[in-house]
Design a protein around this ligand. Structure first.
Ligand code: ZN
Length: 78
């Protein structure tokens, strides 16, 4: 399931999806054990780490660097 929102980082409309378990755990590590993570949405654009709580896009924040999605790298044949 995705939601289309104007991403404040990308500056364009992007698909957002709910955080997976690893991403939720990382947010809790930063924000505290009791931080509510069940309704957070992340931008699915390559290279973007923006997430926001449902309904509160202006409260957006960034996921840790390890969740950055890289563009698929085309390897040159040897
Ligand atoms: Zn984005």
């Amino acid at each position: 399931m995705t939601r289309s929102r104007a991403c404040p980082t990308c500056g364009t409309m992007q698909d957002f999806q709910k955080l997976d378990n690893a991403e939720k755990a990382a947010v809790r590590e930063r924000k505290g054990e009791r931080h509510y993570v069940d309704d957070l949405w992340r931008c699915t654009a390559v290279g973007c780490l923006t997430y926001f709580p449902a309904g509160r896009l202006r409260d957006h924040d960034l996921l840790p660097e390890k969740f950055r999605r890289e563009a698929a790298v085309a390897t040159e044949p040897e």
